[in-house]
Design a protein around this ligand. Sequence first.
Ligand SMILES: Cc1ncc(COP(=O)(O)O)c(C=O)c1O
Length: 373
Amino acid sequence: MNIYFDNAATTPIENEVIEVMLSVMKDKYGNPSSIHRFGRETKVLIEDARKKIATILNASPSEIFFTSGGTESNNTVIYGAINDLGIKNIITSPIEHHAITHTLDMFEKIGLVKVHFAKINEKGQIDLLNLEELIKSNPNSLVTLMHANNEIGNLLPINDVSRLCSKYKVLFHSDMVQTIGKFDINLNNIEVDFVSSSAHKYHGPKGIGFLYINGKNKIKPLIYGGGQERNMRAGTENIYGIAGMAKALEIATTNMVDIQTHIKKLKLYAVSQLKANIKHIQFNGESENNGLYTIINFSVPKTNNSEMLLYNLDIEGVAISSGSACSSGSNSASHVLKAINISNEFTSLRISFCKYSTFDEIDVFINLLKRLL
Ligand SMILES: Cc1ncc(COP(=O)(O)O)c(C=O)c1O
């Protein structure tokens, strides 16, 4: 039996999405920048996808820019804020994805920006008073905080943060890679300047995503070349990816309530079974009963057996993750778990579900875990 519980790392592509992508690959090959009929055809396809995505998120199509995914979207915002918007201070948290933290490190090292970390508590929740202090003392800054953490599933109180940013007139970027496609997100109701998204987290293809740039902000591209994406992102467009991403987001949002209900039940069941069967288990961040409904992160005391746990689970056909799988399969201690003081005396695991996950799979996984520990 193969069990895939690593959906926060990536999700399998939906069949209907594959069909849309295949039909584009077979029938549409014009370069969208070409003036002739073949080019116009693929241009229309791109603009239809943009409209669809914008409508779902209640944004304007002119605010959606296609990129290669979450990493590029995050880099574009940071680069643009520093280069084009005169940002000298960036306020963030210690538990952001490396697509933010490593980018900020690089810009700080070359002296272009000063990075300030808002405090978080041992549950990974942001200290809003401390955030306000940081914003107050750095008036011309960018706040970048992820909507949901990919390791421990914590959810940012995004409306509180956006209100703070508006109150002090600082820019607000949110990495919504883990939440777009999983919640009903209305960008017209959240005061946010930039949002990053990635299709492979909601059963779309890899290597495609988008950046939302609120119409009132103007930044320059990260990648220069042709004038694609209204001069915001050069390079011939990934037309299959774009069409597939729009379809994936449409499916995810059309069936959202049913999918959410199913996965929330799975999570409740998994937490109760883990508590009942695994001795000395502790849940990390908000993942036991709050946070993102797809993620559970937990620790067990280290034993000789737990060191090899991920490999042994893999041999038995179960794929899960330690911390974040987004960092090239590295198994070093996660910066997120370190930031919330999870001791090295524990082995920490993340399981993450999608709509295809089942109760039977949870039973198999927990029995196996019990046996392997
Ligand atoms: C929160 C978060 N941000 C950014 C990324 C990077 O996105 P991508 O893989 O599309 O570059 C990921 C995962 O890969 C993520 O979970």
